[in-house]
Design a binder for this molecule. Sequence first.
Ligand code: PBG
Length: 327
Amino acid sequence: MAFPERRLRRLRRTPALRRMVAETQVGPDDLIAPLFIREGIDQPNPIESLPGVVQHTVDSARREAAELTALGVPAVILFGVPAIKDATGSQSCDPDGIVQVALRALKADLGDDLVLIADLCVDEYTDHGHCGIVRDDGTVDNDATLELYTMAAVAQARAGADIVAPSGMMDGQVAAIRYALDQDDHPEIPILAYAAKYASALYGPFRDAVDVTIAGGGDRKGYQQDPANVRESMEEMEADLSEGADMLMVKPALAYLDVISRARARFDVPLAAYHVSGEYAMVKAAGERGWIDADAVMREHLLGIKRAGADLILTYAARQIAEEHAR
Ligand code: PBG
């Protein structure tokens, strides 16, 4: 009589039983919704490669932020698309730059009911599309770029950002920003460091969303990480924490679940993962073709990111997940 000793199927028998023993949930509290705000448009502009996502006007961003808040999503991260781009991305630190305008409007509407995270980088604002100051030889000047970031951080904090999130992968950026925020009397503003950010091919639709093309067919491999490496991510995270980061991020998420899991085991600060544009777009595209059930795959992917150890997930599916949760 060789009956199995362990009948693991017993706890899978009904939906309620499965729910009772589920080790992981993804709900609105886990999510951060990215919002794109474009200067100089009077109607929201759909982003073809990100179905369901738009470039917002300030007004439509206000409506979206209020709806996300009502759905229980605790935070948004803002990206600006300025009307004018230049070599130093000067709109990133202008008090009237589009993100600063949006921050002030959202803060006035929602106060402390919604956490306003400002992505802190200059690539959306530069005419060459790089995340910093480009030298004559085409490389990005790390230390000159830090100065831009400190100015952007101060502008964002003054406009009402609750958190700044540096994403440019310059060495020393967290320390420089921490110092600048403290000097400008914002010691209370936390830094969410895009600590382990890879030079990924999965950012394509995002670059459509912010109208960024890197000059001369260039890439970001000189500052973002090589997808081959995981130990290096631990170094990046150690460095960012020692510079004063309050939270860490891994980006992208799905091809880097090992990075998330190692970071979770090693660090005790809140850990975020960015489910990036390409990850979202692939699911939507295959769903549109009828090849997969996009909603189910999206939930499965986000669950995997959470299970790997992320506390927070930045995802374009935030609204959809929160709506499903509300039903
Ligand atoms: C840089 C930035 C990027 C993303 C977020 N911040 C693009 C890049 O590094 O090229 C990508 C996000 C996504 O693909 O969803 N400011």
